[in-house]
Design a protein around this ligand. Structure first.
Ligand SMILES: [Zn+2]
Ligand SMILES: [Zn+2]
Length: 334
């Protein structure tokens, strides 16, 4: 099978992705083999390819926003049939036995394996996954090209939205407006939540306004029109955390979405931090994924996207790096 692999991490301009021929993988006991039809490209794939994150497996096939068709079953696999449509996210497997797995917090499992990072992902014609970790898409009406980005930014957005504990009729602020924030905006507006978005990008401002953001601006320069009940924060600039907190009410929750962050300092504890709760997003979990796929299907949640040919993945990732994506996301059609 054809697959894009990273053997040596380097800037995308220096062509770290190589198109290679690999044997078609054989599913083990409870695994299924999936013929990948669509795979979203995520900024994390860019970080893995360029070396911002160390490699966990070498070579690695990136890609963790996978939609495809079950093509072969392992000897003990019973959940799906050949021909069924399934999805695969960043969460590839967990141990199922540790205290986190047993209490339903599988995203904290120390044995977690991640798709396109610890195990080969979806920038390929075929991929393997344990049947219990595939999302069942048989009853879902959304198209596969709309479902692929739901596997990462969609599910992550739902995770952030859920732990922000924002309720109907309240106010939600967001700093940074990528695809994750887009999904949060769409769901929040369906729940009569007032949404304020801070972003620098003109293209993102346009999309945020188009989908009903109640205020779009830049909180580096001006405050939100009202303090918010919950705040979801995406940048890696720790110095902006206090600006965000200064725009929240004392009962608010601030959710940090980044994996790395420059130092955070709080100068005015009493005015800006006292009473607030700070949470972070950590990996992903299946229950949130399942919930969000249902919500997205009910709301018919499409997204503005660029369809990428399989041969043109490196060029697409270069556009992602340069901020030249046409729409909110890129989806490879395989
Ligand atoms: Zn991702
Ligand atoms: Zn575990």
């Amino acid at each position: 099978m054809k697959a894009w692999v990273v053997e040596e991490q380097k800037p995308i301009e220096d062509r770290p992705l190589k198109l290679v021929d690999l044997p078609v993988p054989e599913p083990g006991e409870k695994e299924i083999r999936v013929r990948v039809t669509h795979c979203g490209i995520c900024r994390t794939d860019l970080h893995i390819t360029e070396g911002d994150i160390p490699l966990s497996k070498r070579p690695i096939v990136p890609g963790h926003e996978i939609v495809g068709i079950v093509d072969k079953l392992g000897p003990e696999a019973k959940r799906f049939k050949v021909g069924d449509r399934v999805g695969i996210s960043w969460l590839n497997s967990t141990c199922g036995k540790c205290k986190y797995c047993l209490r339903g917090d599988e995203n904290y499992c120390p044995e977690i394996k991640r798709t396109g990072y610890d195990v080969d992902g979806g920038f390929a014609e075929y991929v393997l996954v344990h049947e219990d970790y595939a999302f069942d898409l048989r009853h879902i009406s959304l198209s596969s090209e709309d479902l692929a980005p739901i596997m990462c930014p969609g599910i992550t957005g739902h995770y952030a939205f859920r732990i922000s504990e924002v309720r109907e009729g309240e106010r939600l602020g967001m700093l940074g407006f990528g695809p994750t924030a887009y999904y949060i905006l769409r769901v929040a507006k369906s729940m009569n939540i007032e949404v304020y978005i801070s972003t620098r990008s003109e293209e993102h401002k346009r999309i945020a306004e188009k989908y009903g953001a109640d205020w779009v601006g830049n909180i580096v320069h001006e405050d939100f029109p009202h303090k918010v009940d919950a705040f979801i924060f995406f940048p890696t600039a720790g110095k902006l955390v206090e600006r965000a907190l200064a725009n929240t009410v004392p009962a608010a929750t601030l959710v940090l979405g980044a994996v790395t962050m420059s130092p955070i300092s709080i100068e005015n504890y009493t005015a800006n931090l006292w009473g607030r709760t700070i949470k972070t997003i950590y990996q992903v979990r299946r229950d949130y994924g399942k919930e969000f796929i249902e919500i997205a299907d009910r709301l018919k949640l499409g997204i503005e996207k660029e369809i990428v040919k399989f041969r043109e993945v490196p060029e697409a990732m270069l556009r992602l790096k340069k901020g030249e994506v046409n729409g909110m996301v890129q989806v490879i059609k395989i």
